[in-house]
Ligand binder design. Structure first.
Ligand code: GCO
Length: 482
């Protein structure tokens, strides 16, 4: 049976600067917090870093040829802040800007809309040295950076995304410390929450001040679909507590200009929230054209006795409870067949969050800015597989004769694309789906040990190799149907 998506639905692929670019020493880029973090022993499971990654800095034209073959209408990429403003003096690095101009122009020439994330976690190290996200000044510097990008890129960008998953920045970065900069401090993580919200609002204002009120603005949140283990009042309260810090802490300020008083109450033993200044909530509450949702799995919680000791997980797993003020919340081990990340598979969670958001915010269009799964892939020989020539003489975008058969990733993709369609059927206002990821890449604390790509990267040769999931996604994107 063929299920069609609405006319104009966008199929895209997504990546992030530090995960794919490599070239960390090139053209004036200075270190980000991830370069510093990776250099510390024990932070990255395979001891690697983004130094080479997928070398997209040099191979972007090939990767765009690949996307063109896939038939995708959009590429969600992020900009490395330390390429643009490499030093505390605030001076703009022309060479860094030029790299992205070449990339954006090539995308536009190939009819692929750029969806540009301003911040996907690679904070300049000099800003961390001055306090990082727990410091208010970082939000102000972010607004300057946003204005620079708006002036430089102008109308080449289809949709601007202020932040990617501020949940990870605040909690994995500053609460359980499994991501850069590796800080473990509950109070700082909540200050980071607020300053990320502030950066979002100031960033939107800065971009619109340069490019006009009509500029399409978004943010990408990894809202957590948290389920209570039972319907007991105690378990439901645990679910509510997780939801407040995972979701409401972003949705409230960004979409309604308020922090739920329960958030402040539940964390008053950690901080007095005096970092919220007069006028901040108005600044944060800016009109949005679309809300990006990253979705991978669900989390089950139940009540726990707060008298027990530490619950904060130090596992580098996003769906463990890494948040502050969770003394009464126990995260249950995931069930069913888990992906290579150890995450459960529950496509209904994607449907539910989309339907719920459209019910709460009916006028706000949604896009699934990331969805995908990691599996332990193997390469097979197959003479019938054709490659793709790169844009330059003698260059290859995808090698012929080899393929990865990845039935589990294909099944995950099918199930989640179907879930998006179910959500639309139930009234959700969803206008796009971006596969995470175009390529295998640097998976943060897991280094290169987890492969999320629909296209494989051979890190020794930088060859791109088809996976069945890419061919499946090509069918879906080209036909706008599954
Ligand atoms: C994130 C990111 C991606 C990850 C992906 C898989 O949200 O964590 O946007 O950078 O690689 O989610 O973990």
């Amino acid at each position: 049976m063929t299920i069609r998506f609405p006319e104009g639905f966008t199929w895209g692929t997504a990546t992030a600067s530090y995960q794919v670019e490599g070239a960390i020493h090139e053209d004036g880029r200075t270190p980000s917090i991830w370069d510093t973090f990776c250099a510390k022993p024990g932070t990255i499971s395979d001891g690697s870093s983004g130094e080479f990654a997928c070398d997209q800095y040099h191979r972007y034209r090939n990767d765009i040829a690949l996307m063109k073959e896939l038939g995708v209408g959009a590429y969600r990429l992020s900009v490395a802040w330390p390429r643009i403003i490499p030093n505390p003096d605030g001076e703009v690095n022309r060479k860094g800007v030029d790299y992205y101009l070449r990339l954006l122009d090539d995308l536009c020439d190939n009819g692929i809309k750029p969806v540009v994330t301003l911040y996907h976690w690679d904070l300049p190290q000099y800003l961390e040295d001055r306090g990082g996200w727990p410091a208010r000044d970082t939000a102000l510097r972010y607004a300057d950076y946003a204005a620079v990008l708006a002036r430089a890129f102008g109308d080449r960008v289809d949709t601007w995304t202020t932040l990617n998953e501020p949940w990870c920045t605040a909690y994995l970065g500053y609460c359980n410390g499994v991501h850069a900069p590796g800080v473990r401090d509950d109070a700082k993580s909540l200050a980071a929450v607020h300053h990320l919200n502030l950066a979002h609002g100031l960033g939107i204002q800065a971009v619109r001040a340069e490019l006009g009120e009509k500029t399409r603005m978004s943010v990408t949140l990894n809202l957590q679909v948290t389920r209570a283990a039972t319907n007991s009042p105690a378990d439901l309260a645990a679910r509510r507590r997780a939801d407040l810090f995972a979701n409401e802490v972003w949705l409230g300020p960004m979409l309604e200009g308020r922090y739920d008083p329960e958030i402040l109450e539940a964390s008053k033993h950690i901080t007095d929230w005096s970092f919220i200044h007069d006028g901040d909530l108005e600044a944060i509450h800016q009109p949005l054209d679309v809300l990006g949702i990253n979705y991978y799995s669900t989390t089950y919680v139940r009540h726990r006795d707060p008298a027990q000791t530490s619950v904060k997980s130090d596992k580098p797993i996003k769906h463990e409870n890494a948040m502050p003020a969770q003394e009464s919340v126990e995260t249950l081990p995931p069930e069913g067949e888990l992906t290579a990340m150890g995450w459960n598979q529950e496509p209904e969670g994607l449907r539910d969050i989309l339907v719920e958001l459209s019910r709460c915010y009916p006028s706000l269009p949604l896009m699934v800015t990331e969805n995908g799964s990691a599996w332990d892939d193997e390469v097979a020989e197959d003479d019938t597989v054709t490659g793709i020539a790169g844009p330059e003489e003698g260059m290859i975008a995808v090698v012929p004769g080899r393929i990865v058969h990845d039935p589990k990733r294909v099944a995950y993709l099918n199930a989640h694309v179907n879930a998006v369609h179910d959500a639309i059927d139930q009234g959700a206002n969803v206008n796009g789906y971006y596969a995470w990821s175009l390529l295998d890449n640097f998976e943060w604390a897991f280094g290169y040990s987890k492969r999320f790509g629909i296209v494989r990267v051979d890190y020794d040769t930088q060859e791109r190799i088809w996976k069945d999931s890419a061919l499946r996604f090509r069918d879906i994107a080209r036909n706008n149907a599954i």
